[in-house]
Write a protein of this length. Structure first.
Length: 343
């Protein structure tokens, strides 16, 4: 027969997933107006500050729109001034009963129309000025230009990506987890990342995003933020995410510990016996005797039973041949694994 000491159960394992590094803060940049590129002011790899001009469109068309809008507004303001004076004059005449109320009403109607026209043209001028301002593309925050997709003289449309800006705030990795494990991945949980091209040491990481929609082959996207990565970690490097997950078959966290929060213990599958009424037992060697004890099995893996009650760490259990014993049977431990029993 064979015996074995009871040990704490290994309830987790390290799973490896291919990953790719990227900046936590990244933004595709585009113009909000169409036009021809007049100047490209930055290049790939160049650091930029917030509100720094990085590209400019030919502004002539938009400058003309501003001038036209400003001229129209000026004319409308003159018309409004005339309307205001006319209302004042008609009010004075009406007060002296020199004109009918209808004449005053007509003057006030023209005044209201002039005011509305001024408001419309002021909004038109504001829009034209905004479009002119938008011919200069500004960096929304401090960072580094990681992509450039435009040249001088090129025609660009609204929303067309022309730069990719990456912030200097931090790095993260993106990887994909199969559906069988995705529910074990919790936002805020700590794991590790290896970036071979940057450092030989694992980098601490924390799960920041867990996708809720599967991609190809039933894999879910997961993002892990790197904690204080070295400067040698660059965007686009190959990485490996090392996730600590429950061993297959252990179920939820509540199933991996008993009701008192006691850690599970591990014994070989051959070390326990099935008893009536869905009970289980194991033989523990105490004072040179095989003592039969009731045990509670929380879960099974491919090779071991996880016990939540009935045993303690260090107990000597009969791991093979238990079905040949009876309770309180004399036994002798011969070596580190072998046991002899007396019938």
């Amino acid at each position: 027969m064979v015996w074995q000491a009871v040990e704490p159960a290994q309830t987790t394992s390290i799973r490896h997933f291919s990953a790719l590094t990227r900046a936590q803060e990244r933004t595709p940049l585009s113009f909000q107006v169409p036009g021809r590129v007049q100047a490209v002011l930055v290049d790939i790899g160049q650091p930029v500050t917030q509100a720094q001009a990085i590209a400019r469109l030919d502004p002539k068309e938009y400058e003309l729109l501003v001038e036209q809008s400003r001229s129209s507004l000026s004319e409308a303001q003159i018309t409004l001034q005339d309307a205001n004076r006319n209302v004042a004059r008609q009010q004075s005449l009406y007060d002296r009963k020199l004109v009918a109320v209808a004449t005053l009403d007509d003057a006030e109607t023209l005044q209201q129309q002039a005011e509305s026209r001024v408001d419309q043209l002021q909004a038109q001028l504001d829009r034209a000025q905004k479009q002119l301002d938008d011919t200069v593309l500004l960096a929304p925050y401090q960072g580094v230009i990681s992509e450039r997709d435009l040249e001088e003289g090129q025609q660009v449309s609204i929303g067309q990506k022309v730069f990719q800006l990456e912030g200097s705030g931090g790095m993260e990795v993106l990887f994909y987890v199969p559906e069988q494990l995705i529910n074990q991945i919790v936002v805020g949980s700590s794991h590790q990342v290896v970036v071979p091209a940057a450092t030989a040491q694992p980098i601490a990481g924390q799960i920041s995003e867990v996708g809720n929609h599967a991609q190809d082959a039933g894999a879910f996207p997961v993002v892990m933020a790197l904690q204080a990565p070295p400067a040698t970690v660059k965007t686009g490097m190959s990485a490996e995410a090392l996730l600590t997950v429950a061993i297959s078959g252990l179920g939820s966290a509540s199933e991996r510990a008993d009701t008192d929060g006691t850690s599970l213990l591990s014994i070989p599958l051959t070390a326990f016996l099935s008893e009536p009424s869905n009970r289980f037992s194991a033989y523990v060697v105490e004072s040179d005797r095989a003592v039969k004890k009731d045990i509670t099995i929380a879960s099974l893996t491919d090779t071991h039973a996880l016990v939540s009650a009935g045993l303690q760490v260090g107990d000597i259990v009969v791991s093979k041949g238990a079905n040949q014993l009876h309770d309180q049977q004399p036994v002798v431990l011969l070596d580190s694994e072998t046991l002899r029993y007396n019938p």
